[in-house]
Design a protein around this ligand. Structure first.
Ligand code: ADP
Length: 248
């Protein structure tokens, strides 16, 4: 290797280091901001449960408790994210166990029940009669993957429509699909959907709260499981996201 080539390699190495620092800082900053917001949310919910604002009906208390549980889980997840963002091994360590995707999906759908109800969106889950096998995966990551897709489907849905989540086995893979009848993705935006920080104009108009990090992270997590993610969409029929994850 001559001096010029060594110099070029050094420069490339510096560029990669810089990109990695930016990525870690972005994750760390976002996670901290999230934790602050989630913590504020937690205390407000606690005030409701402690009856600081007056009595709650049985149904109201039940909803607030469900929210409290999801909030706690989000705080845990954000804490892990903070730890990961400070770890040099962040991009390599998967903590794989056997996971029932059907149970996970049912749990997530009940978590999103309040949000969907508030937006008059009905979530439907379609599972086949045949048993879906457990898959070997990092449960926290797969939870984030599915949360991002279901959350987006609800967020970008039109009111009084369905979001349907289906799951099927295809050979040694599990395919999960999330279909909505929402705003859709315009052709001009399709190749940018998984880019970091990208948000389409129709999405910004529908919901100003978004980071443009969800699908970027989701794709990364799917690929770290040797899976695939893709979508079909048009503004008339809405959007369907599909994820394939290997069983083992
Ligand atoms: P955001 O925080 O903006 O939802 P994401 O990374 O999750 O960020 O998604 C990136 C962009 O992809 C969104 O801003 C939106 O333009 C588009 N998108 C994602 N899911 C949907 C969907 N179900 N329907 C329409 N557009 C979507």
């Amino acid at each position: 290797m001559n001096e010029k080539e060594i110099e070029k390699l050094k420069e490339e190495n510096e560029g990669l280091k810089e990109a990695n620092t930016i990525r870690t800082n972005l994750v760390s900053t976002s996670a901290h901001q999230l934790r602050t917001a989630l913590s504020a949310f937690k205390w407000t919910l606690k005030m409701f449960l402690d009856k600081d604002f007056g009595d709650l009906s049985y149904e109201q208390e039940d909803y607030v408790k469900k929210l409290m549980n999801s909030n706690e889980r989000m705080i845990e997840l954000v804490n892990k994210l903070l730890i990961l963002s400070h770890s040099e091994e962040a991009s390599t360590s998967l903590n794989c166990t056997k996971v029932s995707i059907v149970d996970l999906l049912e749990e997530l759908i009940s978590e999103f029940y309040c949000e969907a109800k508030k937006k008059s969106v009905n979530i439907v889950i379609n599972t086949p009669k045949a048993k879906i096998p457990d898959i070997k995966c990092d449960q926290d990551m797969v939870r984030v993957i599915l949360e991002n897709l279901i959350e987006n489907a609800i967020k970008y849905s039109n009111s009084n429509t369905d979001v349907s989540v289906s799951i099927e086995q295809k050979d040694n893979n599990i395919e999960i699909s999330v279909h909505d009848n929402g705003i859709g993705i315009e052709d001009k935006d399709k190749d940018k959907i998984f880019h970091k920080l990208f948000r389409a104009n129709n999405a910004i108009m529908k919901d100003s709260n978004g980071s443009g990090l969800g699908l970027f992270t989701t794709k990364d997590m799917v690929e770290r499981h040797n899976g695939k993610i893709w979508f079909e969409s048009n503004p008339e029929d809405g959007t369907a996201f599909h994820v394939i994850l290997p069983v083992s």
